[in-house]
Design a protein around this ligand. Structure first.
Ligand SMILES: O=C(O)[C@H](O)COP(=O)(O)O
Ligand SMILES: [Mg+2]
Length: 411
């Protein structure tokens, strides 16, 4: 018995450290997860360093590693990947960035890097597209909103470099930074100048935008500044189908993940009602994945909300959302002929509100898999499983072997 298709389910940032609010348990250990536990019981479990022990992965580098594209070789920055996910097609000469709609106060201090986890920022991006003009600098730009507070920017022009810093101070209570070139190359200076001008002009547009006026009337933080980071040019990615001989799709509301999927050649399948947050329509997502597996041999599905709860330091909310995820996954239990891989891309401990290098739990379940004795899907139980401790880049080779698609090393 051998599976012929793979469902690769990434529960973004689900992994954690002991939480005080949960009597020292992780949100995953504290949650009631009968479906994930059954998958663990019927599969082989382990823990995984997405990149390597002690390395704190970004969602960008971790997903590249999980798909078998070592970031050390393929990563050229988050910006171009996020841009592709929002529908900006990155061609030669374009420099991509990830943006956050953020809030600054009257003194210019960042008070919320995510503008109260604002959503529906399409009108703000549209106003910036109409109101910002970088042509005196010889630069054009594209800006598209993503899920929640996220957006992507691409600068377009001759002689632009991608070695520039960010204006994101990565914490609140301080001023945004000035973007600087990281080298003496005039191309990097040109990009830094264009970024600073873009940020200045876009802040003017955002200042009295009706959506922000309304938000302030409602006591919500206005999205009055763009924080931009992750500058990069598009890299070159061997296509997934050629690399693995598998057709594939990506299902994700997070534009970074759909962008990564797209650039490696997975078809992005949008699902109405999914938000990348804890209010996402997970039933619709799971239904779409099941439908997609009738057409494709590989489906990457990312569920993001637990990561957001981790970034917000909300352990109880994270635990509760994990239970929502678990219930939504129930229809997957009856999928025939399918290898199901479940893991996180990194840990997002509530105690540090950011990613950590703690290894994540992983389980592989499907026909022919040698089951171990682990029957609970959490960070501690999975550490006793038969996969032991692997790296993100090991996952695709293991999955390919289990579906009989790997090549013999040697004669
Ligand atoms: O949610 C995301 O997109 C990132 O993982 C975290 O980014 P942020 O801190 O800018 O929200
Ligand atoms: Mg992530």
């Amino acid at each position: 018995m051998i599976a012929h298709r793979v469902l690769f389910l990434v529960l973004d940032g689900i992994s954690d450290r002991p939480c005080e609010a949960l009597d020292g348990l992780t949100p995953l250990a504290a949650a009631r997860t009968p479906v994930l536990d059954r998958i663990a019981g019927e599969g082989v479990c382990g823990i995984m360093d997405s990149i390597a022990p002690g390395i704190r992965p970004g969602s960008d580098t971790s997903h590249l590693a999980l798909l078998g594209y070592p970031p050390q070789e393929y990563y050229t920055g988050r910006g171009p990947l996020e841009a592709e996910g929002t529908g900006i097609h990155m061609t030669a000469g374009m420099i991509g960035f990830r943006c956050n709609f953020a809030t600054v106060d009257a003194d210019g201090l960042v008070t919320d890097r995510r503008a109260g986890r604002i959503s529906g920022t399409g009108p703000l991006s549209e106003a910036i597209r109409d109101g910002v003009d970088l042509s005196p600098l010889g630069v054009g730009f594209r800006l598209e909103s993503g899920a929640g507070h996220r957006a992507a920017l691409a600068l377009v022009g001759e002689g632009l470099g991608d070695k520039v810093s960010s204006n994101d101070p990565k914490k609140e209570g301080v001023r945004p930074l000035t973007i600087r070139p990281c080298t003496d190359d005039p191309a990097d200076r040109a990009t830094a100048d264009a970024c600073n001008e873009f940020i200045r002009q876009s802040a003017r547009v955002l200042f009295d935008h009706p959506m922000n006026v309304r938000r302030m009337e409602e006591g919500l933080p206005p999205a009055n500044l763009l924080l931009i980071r992750g500058a990069g040019k598009m890299g070159a990615f061997p296509q997934f189908s050629e690399r693995y001989g598998l057709s594939g799709s990506v299902i994700s509301a997070a534009t970074l993940i759909s962008g990564i999927g797209k650039v490696v050649g997975l078809e992005h399948i949008p699902v109405p009602g999914t938000t990348g947050s804890v209010d996402s329509d997970l039933d619709a997502k799971v239904k779409t994945a099941i439908r997609e597996l009738d057409k494709k041999e590989f489906v990457l599905m990312n569920i993001k909300g637990a990561d957001e709860a981790g970034h917000d330091g909300k352990g109880v909310q994270k635990r509760d959302f994990i239970e929502v995820i678990d219930a939504a996954l129930e229809p997957l239990l009856d999928l025939p002929d399918t290898l199901i891989v479940v893991c996180a891309d990194h840990s997002t401990p509530c105690s540090i509100k950011d990613h950590s290098a703690d290894p994540v739990p992983v389980v592989i379940r499907g026909p022919g898999v040698r089951t171990d004795r682990t029957a609970r899907f959490d960070e501690i139980s999975c550490a006793e499983g038969g996969l032991h401790r692997i790296r993100g880049c090991d996952l695709m080779p293991i999955a390919l072997d289990l579906i009989n698609k790997s090549h013999k090393y040697g004669a």
